[in-house]
Every structure is written in structure tokens, then in C-alpha cells.
Design a protein around this ligand. Structure first.
Ligand SMILES: Nc1ncnc2c1ncn2[C@@H]1O[C@H](COP(=O)(O)OP(=O)(O)O)[C@@H](O)[C@H]1O
Ligand SMILES: [Mg+2]
Length: 378
């Protein structure tokens, strides 16, 4: 029996919990050809959610283009990666893919190969001398051209959009703004997992994409939805789970999808076939998870300065939403001044260890938080 709790990659179907409202919201954005930033911490379920939205779009009315920008590092790789996603969204046989790519992208030189399973893949070289501006324009105009030709709405998803901040210049951002704002039939969903960078992209006046798109922060999944989901998953696998155990899981993970799946995965392993997972097993499940990570957490901890550790310990110990620059906080955790706390928080944000949230911060890795608490217990 395979473990019904999956973590690490995109989940769909039975492995996908709730998000009914979000699915509906994003579907509406597709219908209305909105431009939207969808952002959250890492592993909160953006990719899984948006891929579900795309999967359910009726093919007669929509062309869905999903672009993973994670492997890109330059304007050029942005252009070729996007061109590739567009070509593959439009055609299915190798010949079609090649024809489409040739017709659509004059600045790029496509070549098609066929994988072992018979599906075509396409890659692009560039013509020389390169003209990055024209290259980008051509690629970004393509969705509008497709929409006009086929009378279909086009939905383009740029996943890991914060990558563009690492390119040599802000050309991509500028082009994204100038080209996409004249595309009334194309929906753009920009997905990003470094919350503070994404917010900077659309809230900072000096950035090209400032206010160019709406924003849609994605949150954790509520306890009531997890309760139904976890119960069903246990039952489908011939085991059961106590309501109190689910409550404990939720308390520890705060409804964060990745950590909830991870903890349930271990809880499932600990439960005999046909038996019930009880709340008194949660400690053990957590122990196993923390032991697995303990080496990495120790290394991480040792790489931090004294003030950064004090800051994290304070955050881990206090209720969510605590004001870490208050004199009470800095006194209690030995930070001595608000500016020390400020500096520590800036570094931790930069390293993606904490995320700003409503004047406070969240430790991104929920289990790192629990590990910190454990280290300082007693
Ligand atoms: N709706 C969901 N239901 C159940 N598990 C989910 C859901 N969304 C995300 N997860 C869990 O979180 C993990 C990370 O999801 P992913 O979509 O890759 O997040 P992100 O794109 O935000 O980094 C998945 O592997 C899965 O374990
Ligand atoms: Mg993702």
C-alpha cells in the first residue's frame, strides 16, 4: 500500500485538498483575462493550485501556457523557455510543433526532438546578432496573436516569477509591463514564492511592474478542510485517524500544506494496517521528522549570528503576530535594541528563513520553528 500522503511535488486529484474558493477565484481571473500576482511562502501549494486551474479550463475556449522560470537565469533563457511552453501548448506532433515554432518566433531557431515516450520536445537557439528586446517582444506578443487567431482566451502562467529579478537588467520586467498591458484577451498569472521580493515587484514604485497586476496572496488550508481530507485519505488506505490526532497535526503545522502532508506521511507509516492513528503518536511522528532534519537544522543554526538566533528564538516562542521590534521583545530575548532586531530580521528575510507578515514575521520552515523550541526547552 503506497502512502497516501505526498509531499515535495505537485499534487492533484485525490491528493489535492480543498482550495475550492481559490480554484473558483482563479478560474474567474482566467475568464476575465486578469493580470494577477499569486504569491505565498514556498511549498504552500501555488503550483499545485494553478495547475489544477489550468487542467480544468475547457480546451475549446482556452489555451493554457505554463512556464516554469525556475531554470532561467537571463533574458534569453526567459525568451526561449517561454517560446517553448507556447509551442508545446499549441501543437502535439513534432511536425506541428516545429511549424508553429517557426511561424511564431522569427528571432529564435527551433529544433524538435522526440522523447522516448513519443512526445515532442522543442528547444530554441537564437539568431545572431542577438536582439534581446525584439526577442522578448516577439515572445510576449505571441499569446495575443494566438488569442486573436483562434478566438480563444490564452492563459499564461509564469511560475517562480521572482527569477526575473536575478537577470542582468530589468528589461524583462519592462517588457512584461509594456507588452502585456495591451492584451485584453490574455490572462497572466505570476506565481512567486519569495513573498518579500514579489511584494517589492508590485508595491515598489521604482519597479517596472508596479501596480501592473492585482495581487492574490495564498494562505494555508483551514483545519476543517484538512480534517475531511486526512480522514478520507486514511480510510482509503484501510486505516483510520482520531479527530484529536488531526487537531494536533494542524496545531503543529498551522495548516501549511507541505508540512501537514509530511507529518501525516510519517503518522501513516507509524499506524498498523487496519488500526487507528491516535493523538499520542503525534509526538513520535514529530520526533522522526525532526530527527531526519536535525543535521541540516544544526548546520543552519550554526551559520547564524547571535542576534539572528535570539530573534528566531523569540519568534518561535511567542504567539504569531508578536511585535519583534518592541522593547518588551528585545528585552526578553536579549536583543538589546530595536535596531539589532531590525538588522537580524533583514538578514533572515534575505536568507528566506523568515517572511514578513503584518508587521511581524513567520519562520518559513514550520519544523525548524519546532526544532528551535525544542532546543531551548528546559
Ligand atoms: N491543495 C493541496 N492539498 C494537499 N496538499 C497540498 C496542496 N497544495 C500543496 N500541497 C502539498 O504541498 C507541497 C508543495 O506544493 P506546491 O504546489 O509545490 O507548492 P508551491 O508551488 O507553493 O511551492 C505538495 O507536494 C503537497 O505535499
Ligand atoms: Mg511551485
Amino acid at each position: 500500500m503506497v502512502n497516501p500522503f505526498q509531499y515535495g511535488s505537485v499534487v492533484s486529484g485525490d491528493a489535492f485538498c480543498n482550495r475550492t474558493e481559490e480554484l473558483r477565484d482563479l478560474r474567474r481571473s482566467c475568464d476575465n483575462a486578469e493580470k494577477l500576482f499569486v504569491y505565498s511562502e514556498r511549498r504552500l501549494g501555488k503550483t499545485s493550485l494553478v495547475r489544477s486551474v489550468l487542467r480544468e479550463l475547457p480546451q475549446k475556449k482556452f489555451v493554457a501556457v505554463y512556464v516554469d522560470l525556475w531554470p532561467t537565469d537571463s533574458e534569453n533563457s526567459f525568451a526561449t523557455t517561454t517560446a517553448r511552453a507556447i509551442s508545446l501548448a499549441l501543437a502535439s506532433t513534432p511536425k506541428q510543433v516545429l511549424d508553429t515554432a517557426r511561424k511564431m518566433f522569427r528571432q529564435l531557431v527551433p529544433s524538435v526532438s522526440v522523447g522516448e515516450d513519443g512526445t515532442p520536445t522543442v528547444s530554441f537557439g537564437t539568431v545572431t546578432p542577438r536582439r534581446p528586446e525584439i526577442e522578448l517582444e516577439e515572445v510576449l506578443e505571441a499569446p495575443a496573436v494566438i488569442a486573436a487567431q483562434g478566438r480563444r482566451r490564452v492563459v499564461v502562467v509564469f511560475d517562480e516569477i521572482q527569477r526575473v529579478l536575478e537577470y542582468e537588467s530589468d528589461l524583462t520586467e519592462r517588457k512584461l509591463r509594456s507588452v502585456t498591458q495591451h492584451q485584453p484577451d490574455v490572462c497572466y498569472l505570476f506565481l512567486g514564492s519569495r513573498k518579500h521580493l514579489i511584494q517589492k515587484m508590485f508595491l515598489d514604485k521604482s519597479r517596472p511592474l508596479y501596480r501592473s497586476a492585482g495581487h492574490y496572496p495564498l494562505g494555508p488550508i483551514a483545519e476543517q478542510h484538512w480534517a475531511g481530507f486526512i480522514t478520507k485519505r486514511f480510510e482509503a488506505g484501510g486505516k483510520s485517524v482520531a479527530a484529536e490526532a488531526i487537531h494536533q497535526v494542524y496545531r503543529l503545522t498551522e495548516g501549511h500544506p507541505f508540512y501537514t502532508q509530511l507529518l501525516c506521511h510519517v503518522l501513516w507509516e507509524l499506524t498498523e494496517p487496519g488500526a487507528e492513528a491516535r493523538a499520542d503518536r503525534i509526538e513520535t511522528a514529530l520526533r522522526i521528522v525532526l530527527d531526519r532534519e536535525s543535521h541540516a537544522y544544526t548546520m543552519l543554526w550554526e551559520s547564524l549570528t547571535g542576534n539572528q538566533r535570539r530573534f528566531l528564538r523569540g519568534l518561535a516562542s511567542e504567539p504569531r503576530g508578536v511585535k519583534p521590534f518592541s522593547s518588551e521583545f528585545t528585552r526578553r530575548y536579549g536583543l538589546r535594541s530595536a535596531s539589532n532586531a531590525q538588522r537580524a530580521s533583514e538578514n533572515l528575510v534575505e536568507r528566506d528563513l523568515v517572511d514578513p507578515e503584518n508587521g511581524s514575521f513567520v519562520i518559513v520552515d514550520r519544523f525548524f520553528r519546532l526544532w528551535i523550541l525544542e532546543q531551548h526547552r528546559g
